[in-house]
Design a protein around this ligand. Structure first.
Ligand code: G6P
Length: 612
């Protein structure tokens, strides 16, 4: 998934590129690099293993600069994280290039290029593209024509930015399957994987479409579509503000984002609740509500944390409407045959709106079976998912910087509640029931504040986990996906192996793992399944397991040997999954801090996964 940024300007561009990289670091951070065409007409680069800060330090000692440049922050796919594999990749002295995506036919191309005399200095799939461009440059083609010719030989996904000292004022970019945006300045232009990289320098953007290649100079942008025909793409003025990557009083972005949840949830509800119903808050096609009235089935598709939100959504939709709802991870769905469905509402959930598998699943439904409507629940207004879907229900979490998703998840759950009520309204559900849900939703920010009051207690509790190698998370009903999310958070940032089980399933296998070394975390709101859950807890205790139970203060679960109870506020049943997420986020955060891991940038992960 990697982040790309580039600039052509009258002023030196390295500082702009580095700030862009810092803003794209959520896309990958195992190595970074920058290349410029210098005033004296040569192509130079600086690359460093590790985060963008390491590259900045290196450039402090050995500076390079120029008016045309490209830069990259990497998340390794082909080739280990190492300086030799970091981008930009060069072909000799004449071609410099950065790439996001995967070139699937790289092995064949590498062999062919080696046979014609090219020497490879990296293990990446990307380097073949640099040499391929060089093949055409040697034939005397312009840089634009080189890239147009090279792309005909590439299979896979890519966003590419290419520079050459042959054309010291030209930046060539190409997009196929990976996001790429052009930022328009005054007498200077930019490119980036997303607009955040460019917000400090412009607010006017052109979103390239799949198959587009563009030639960008200081004063001009020419775009060619997949057929090679010159095309115009609309210029969009973005209202997004350049977020201050500012921790304020917090030690980590993850903690800051956990504590922002009362505000992000309130912002996601703002302007969407009338006194006793949900307002039509979908953007997109004008007949949205008519389409919702016709829905016979819902299919939710997502990845990672967003998938867990979808799983909760299924419980909610099926409990409150007569609409069957299925949920699947995008990477499975996209390669599986599904029978055609009738009047299907196809819902994607994504924080970034750029996740490659989720986008591919959406493309598949549009190409194959079709649907009544495609709807995305998404946090980034300018993202590919929003542009490709009929309808959008925005979460208003604000930028999330910590790689482990927190406030994006709870706002996705809020959006799913809104969608559920919109479906209920469209299907003529009981008005009293709807009014009660709306009333409860208003209480949500305050309930989240109360859950956050447990922070100090959970910080102490975290000490119990730092020497552990494994943990189990249990939940029942719609709290089972919350247990899954709790286990995922612990894995992601503390590297403790954690698994979630529906509590009723414990005795069918995992109970064999239970001993005093296996902490078992349970979420126990006062729902219809509470008594059944209590029996499951006894099964664990009688086998020496140590239980940590987040329980409703009215659940009457008493502290005892090997049974630690953490009292939660009393929450309406429908809101429990949202409120019970908070203590699990805090638990994983404090365990990770006490273990000394890199909380905001855990090893091997990236925030936005734009490769398959
Ligand atoms: C990555 C992130 C996860 C996220 C998932 C889906 O794996 O590390 O936090 O849940 O992608 O991302 P999306 O942007 O589609 O929600």
């Amino acid at each position: 998934m990697c982040g790309i940024v580039g600039a052509v300007a009258q002023r030196p561009v390295v500082e702009i590129l580095l700030e862009g990289l810092r803003r794209l670091e959520y896309r990958g951070y195992d190595s970074a690099g920058v290349a410029v065409v210098r005033g004296q007409g040569d192509l130079v680069r600086s690359r460093a293993l590790g985060k963008v800060a390491a590259l900045m330090a290196q450039l402090g000692v050995e500076p390079i600069d120029g008016h045309l440049g490209i830069a990259h922050t990497r998340w390794a796919t082909h080739g280990v994280p190492a300086e030799r594999n970091a981008h930009p990749h060069f072909s000799g002295e004449w071609v410099g290039l950065v790439h996001n995506g995967i070139i699937e036919n790289h092995a064949d191309l590498r062999k062919r290029l080696q046979d014609t005399g090219f020497t490879f200095t990296s293990d990446t799939d990307t380097e073949v593209v640099a040499h391929l461009v060089e093949v055409f440059r040697r034939q005397g083609l312009s840089l634009l024509d080189c890239v147009l010719a090279a792309r005909c030989e590439l299979q896979g996904a890519y966003a590419l930015a290419v520079i050459s000292p042959n054309e010291p004022d030209t930046l060539i970019v190409a997009r196929q399957g990976s996001p790429l945006v052009i930022g328009l300045g005054i007498g200077e232009n930019f490119i980036g994987s997303d607009i955040q990289a460019m917000l400090p320098v412009t607010s006017r953007f052109i979103y390239l479409e799949n198959g587009d290649v563009a030639r960008i100079t200081r004063h001009k942008v020419d775009i060619y579509d997949v057929t090679g025909a010159k095309v115009e793409r609309p210029v969009k003025q973005s209202s997004a503000c350049s977020f201050a990557a500012d921790l304020g009083e917090y030690r980590h972005f993850m903690l800051k984002e956990i504590f922002e949840q009362p505000q992000s949830v309130a912002a996601t509800l703002e302007g969407r609740l009338a006194a006793d119903h949900v307002l039509p808050c979908l953007h997109g096609v004008s007949d949205a509500l008519e389409r919702l009235a016709q829905v016979d089935e819902v299919q939710i598709i997502a990845c990672g944390t967003s998938y867990h939100a979808g799983l909760v959504g299924r419980y909610w939709i099926e409990a409150n409407t007569d609409i069957p709802c299925q949920v699947e991870v995008a990477s499975e769905y996209r390669y599986r045959r599904q029978p055609p469905r009738k009047n299907l509402l196809f819902v994607t959930i994504s924080q970034s709106g750029e996740t490659a598998d989720t986008l591919a699943a959406l493309e598949k439904i549009k190409e194959n079976h079709g649907s009544l409507a495609t709807l995305t629940i998404c946090n980034v207004a300018e993202s590919s998912l929003i542009r490709e879907s009929d309808l959008a229900l925005m979460t208003v979490a604000g930028p999330e910087i910590g790689v482990a998703s927190t406030k994006a998840f709870t706002t996705q759950l809020v959006a799913l509640q809104l969608l559920m009520v919109l479906l209920m309204q469209a299907k003529g559900a009981d008005a009293g029931k709807i009014a009660k849900i709306v009333d409860d939703l208003r209480k949500l920010p305050a309930l989240i504040e109360q859950a956050l009051d447990l922070n100090a207690t959970i910080e102490k509790l975290a000490e119990h986990f730092i020497e552990k190698h494994h943990a189990l998370f249990l939940g029942r009903g719609e709290l089972y996906p919350i247990a899954m999310e709790g286990a995922l958070k612990l894995k992601e940032i503390s590297y403790i192996h954690a698994e979630a089980y529906p509590a009723g399933e414990l005795k069918h296998g995992p109970l064999a793992l239970v001993d005093s070394e296996m902490p078992i975390v349970t979420v126990a709101p006062n729902t219809a399944l509470l008594e059944k859950l209590k029996s499951n807890l006894e099964e664990v205790r009688s086998r020496g397991g140590v239980l940590y139970v987040f329980a409703d203060r009215e659940a009457h679960i008493q502290e005892a040997d090997n049974l630690h109870v953490l009292e939660m506020p009393h929450v309406p049943e429908l809101l429990a999954p949202i409120v019970y997420t908070l203590p699990l986020q805090l638990l994983s955060y404090h365990v990770a801090v006490q273990k000394g891991t890199d909380v905001d940038k855990p090893r091997n992960l990236a925030k936005s996964v734009t490769v398959e």
